[in-house]
Design a protein around this ligand. Structure first.
Ligand code: SAH
Length: 230
């Protein structure tokens, strides 16, 4: 899979992809992540990528031309399944959207900044808009990293068996059960006996029952629909 992220602040995306699981996924050749700085695509002499809003008002607007040039250049090299704009009014990111995106080959993610992008970008150049929550960030970079992380960890070979994505919250419509590690007792606080028993089927039963209990307590909305978090 290949993910191209377009941004006017590329440095904001340096660290999310240079550590741990996301770094390993790239080193293993499972995913290619390319960050594209919009600035070189600007055709004005100051290489700016934003301008004042028509009609006035506070806040700058990202211009269509550099975005169009960057997307066109990428599209001239390969076919893209989706061109996603990160936007607080887009569809809310869920596990099922992450699952769906993980089956694509090439995606572009456009990060907005300031007041966002010229509306014509959204009308003509974008295929999908995704929000990571009902709050406003100062830019789409962290949101793009969230989307990319949620997708990349699902790609076959990225996670080792013991961190399998299938046992994570939401995959089966339940949140994850509690987990523990050594020591078995700390300050008198004990790990549930069953987890130390070595009795695998009993342990699985305990985990399932606790996932259901925790879902009932914390996210009863997930139990209402058989289709997990939709
Ligand atoms: N004026 C816009 C907000 C712009 S915030 C509005 O009120 O809707 C600047 C940029 O940050 C956006 O263009 C978007 O790319 C990104 N962003 C902000 N909040 C986000 C969220 N919840 N999910 C995804 N992207 C977000």
């Amino acid at each position: 899979m290949r993910i191209d992220i377009i941004t006017c602040l590329p440095r904001l995306l340096d660290s999310p992809f240079s550590d741990s699981i996301l770094k390993r996924a790239q080193l293993k050749g499972i995913v290619e992540v390319e960050i594209h700085d919009l600035r070189p695509y600007s055709t004005n002499k100051h290489k700016t990528t934003d301008d004042y809003a028509f009609g006035g008002g506070a806040g700058m607007v990202m211009m269509i031309e550099p975005i169009d040039l960057c997307i066109s250049k990428l599209k001239s090299k390969r076919t893209y399944d989706e061109v996603i704009y990160m936007s607080p009014d887009g569809e809310l990111l869920t596990q099922s959207i992450a699952n769906e995106l993980s089956l694509k080959h090439n995606i572009i993610i456009l990060c907005g900044h300031y007041k966002g992008v010229d509306e014509r970008v959204r009308e003509h150049l974008i295929t999908r808009e995704i929000s990571i929550g009902n709050y406003v960030l100062s830019g789409g970079e962290l949101a793009a990293a969230v989307v990319a992380d949620s997708v990349i960890r699902l790609l076959p070979g990225v996670l080792s068996d013991e961190t399998s994505a299938l046992s994570d919250s939401f995959q089966d419509g339940l949140v994850a059960p509690p987990v523990y590690t050594r020591p078995a007792e700390y300050n008198g606080w004990k790990v549930p006996e069953i987890l130390l028993s070595g009795h695998q089927s009993k342990i699985e039963e305990w985990r399932h029952n606790n996932a259901v209990k925790r879902t009932e307590e914390r996210r009863p909305d997930l139990l209402k629909s058989s289709n997990s978090e939709d």
